[in-house]
Ligand binder design. Structure first.
Ligand SMILES: Cc1cc2nc3c(=O)[nH]c(=O)nc-3n(C[C@H](O)[C@H](O)[C@H](O)COP(=O)(O)OP(=O)(O)OC[C@H]3O[C@@H](n4cnc5c(N)ncnc54)[C@H](O)[C@@H]3O)c2cc1C
Length: 553
């Protein structure tokens, strides 16, 4: 029996195991594809290790639009296979694998003309609904008149919008989901260590037999031995192929996508909104009591670890959203901004990134070494299965089949029953029902571990900030159970304060550091350094964004 807990003790023992044990599979990269591969391989009964150079989901997997969707716009590219596959994954996540994390969300497709557009978009959405087959976790699309739209979405321009079609997709806190997949992999025996970077390959002849890694916290070198190494490095793939002196079958082009976050009051609508733009689509997505609006799609060649939105990105998003909104969004409505990099698999670097396929590629550039890149968040499980299927051939022995289609993530077990008992949980715990709902939607049945912390230390029941839903116990838990190693890990990924709170949550950094310090065994110097590191990160982002966000500081 293994534990899903990712705390400091677990990391210490992971570091020592990495250097002393022989693994079947070593995964490089703790984005959704890497942790998905670790879970897939561990649940086949293989001995698995995963190393991540930063934090779980620190790359693209915390910076997406957070939609679990079939990809409506791929229908226009006649990519029916991709849409059907993604809709199947959407259904699995909402109903079985992680219903506590992945929730249905309705979107309005506004129409600006009465007949032709309604027929065209309606046919597309009927096909979208039909492609999911007999699976029915989400309602069928619905045609709405102008009168209905005025009631549902008063913020849509009455002079322009003649009606709409409402359809359903799903949404997720991507970083939290990726961390939950990592914990589920640990639950099935995978050894997981963050802040460990793959530096070079260990070879026997031409065969890759492991990786020389560096523990970035201690500076210690670790030689990790594995029958097969799987690289899931997203936009770092080209860089690592070069570092490892491999000739890959594909290149990864980077495309930047930015989002803005505005308060709930800035857009008056009971459903999300999707708007066609000249290059793609723009989503206005409900996010708790806020809205996430994006995204952009521009070629990118800067720093992979810290992609920043620019003033131009933000202006583009405002301009596109304001084509259909009245009153219009203003720059001083913006609470937060974030940007991410799409890893787009390309054979020809000069291709324009918008037109590249979102499908994934599995490659085997050397014996014992397999890599994967591309795809989308929604289909991570399929990608993980595909890359592990290829990697196990390198083990040259019989192995088990993937079982992840039937394997709920930690926290999913019993979620639907707990959801019906939230009043009772609230009464017994002293929390209000809204907070219990918030905890169930973030932790599922692992809420019991949060409640245990509160029983031990009742003051952890308090809110971190009266305007935000997080309680102090969740901050402690982030370090004790969810692998957070820094203030940035907690603010940017275990919670989403970096874009949900004003001024990137800087005013909360000190208190967060004080809460996690005893868990991580920090000295007062280390505590201050972690706060300073987050402050510097925010300052760098603000410089790139110009003075735009200063109005909200
Ligand atoms: C703006 C935007 C919006 C998107 N929206 C959606 C959406 O709504 N729905 C959807 O389905 N998909 C969406 N996507 C796509 C989706 O987010 C990505 O396909 C997915 O997150 C990629 O995951 P990954 O694991 O391949 O890469 P990453 O998450 O980037 O993971 C790669 C990891 O490798 C690590 N790494 C790099 N070098 C090393 C090393 N030397 N040693 C160890 N580790 C290393 C990195 O630190 C990183 O954590 C979006 C993407 C973007 C950019």
């Amino acid at each position: 029996m293994f534990l899903s807990q990712l705390g400091p003790d677990q990391r210490d023992s992971a570091i020592s195991q990495l250097g002393t044990e022989q693994f079947d599979i070593l995964v490089i990269g703790g984005g959704v594809n890497g942790v998905g591969a670790a879970l897939d391989a561990a649940s086949r009964g293989l001995k698995v290790a995963l190393i991540e150079a930063q934090d779980i989901a620190a790359g693209t997997s915390s910076r997406s639009s957070k939609l679990i969707h079939g990809g409506l716009r791929y229908l226009e590219q006649y990519d029916f296979r991709l849409v059907r596959e993604a809709l199947h994954e959407r259904e699995l996540m909402v109903s079985t694998l992680c219903p506590h994390l992945v929730k249905p969300v309705g979107f309005l497709f506004p129409l600006t003309e009465k007949f032709k557009e309604r027929t065209y978009v309606g046919a597309g959405l009927a096909l979208y609904d039909a492609l999911r087959g007999f699976q029915r976790a989400m309602p069928w699309h619905k045609h709405l008149s102008q009168k209905q739209i005025n009631e549902i979405a008063p913020s849509l321009r009455h002079d322009l919008v003649t009606g709409a079609i409402k359809y359903f997709d799903a949404q997720v806190d991507d970083a939290r989901h990726t961390m939950s997949v990592a914990r589920t992999a640990a639950r099935h025996g995978a050894i997981i260590a963050t802040q460990v970077s793959a530096e070079s390959l260990i070879k026997e002849g031409k065969r890759v037999v492991g990786v020389n890694a560096l523990d970035l916290e201690s500076g210690k070198k670790i030689a990790i031995k594995a029958g097969a190494t799987i690289m899931c490095a997203g936009v770092w793939s080209d860089q690592l192929h070069a570092r490892f002196d491999l000739t890959p079958g594909y290149n990864v082009t980077m495309s930047k996508g930015a989002h803005i976050v505005v308060p709930g009051s800035a857009i008056n609508s009971d459903a999300g909104i999707i708007v066609k733009t000249p290059i793609s689509v723009l989503f206005l997505i409900p996010w708790g009591d806020k809205w996430i609006v994006g995204t952009t799609d521009t070629p990118y060649e800067g720093d992979r670890a810290e992609p920043c939105a620019t003033r131009e990105d933000v202006q583009y998003i405002l301009d596109q959203a304001n084509r259909v909104l009245e009153p219009k969004l203003r720059a001083d409505d913006i609470i937060g901004v974030y940007a991410g990099l799409r890893p787009l698999v390309a054979n020809n670097k000069s291709a324009t990134t918008t037109k590249l396929s979102r499908e994934h590629t599995v490659d085997r550039p050397a014996a014992g070494f397999v890599s994967i890149a591309g795809g989308k968040y929604t289909t991570y499980r399929v990608m993980a299965k595909d890359v592990v299927d290829r990697a196990v051939i390198e083990l040259r022995r019989l192995t088990q089949e993937s079982v992840t289609e039937k394997l709920p993530l930690v926290g999913a077990d019993g979620y639907f029953a707990l959801e019906q008992q939230k009043e009772r949980i609230a009464q017994e715990s002293g929390l209000d029902v809204a907070t219990v709902t918030h905890l169930l939607n973030r932790h599922g049945s692992l809420i019991s571990e949060i409640l245990d912390l509160i029983n031990e230390e009742p003051k952890l029941l308090g809110k971190l900030d009266v305007n935000l839903p997080y309680i102090k116990a969740e901050i402690v838990y982030a370090a004790s159970h969810e692998g957070a190693r820094s203030v940035d890990d907690v603010i940017s990924r275990r919670t989403r304060l970096s874009f949900e709170a004003v001024n990137h949550g800087l005013h909360l950094a000190d208190e967060i550091a004080t809460l996690i310090s005893p868990i991580l065994g920090w000295s007062s110097k280390e505590r201050k350094e972690s706060v300073a590191q987050y402050t510097e990160l925010v300052e760098r982002e603000k410089v790139t964004l110009g003075a735009l966000l200063e109005v909200n500081s």
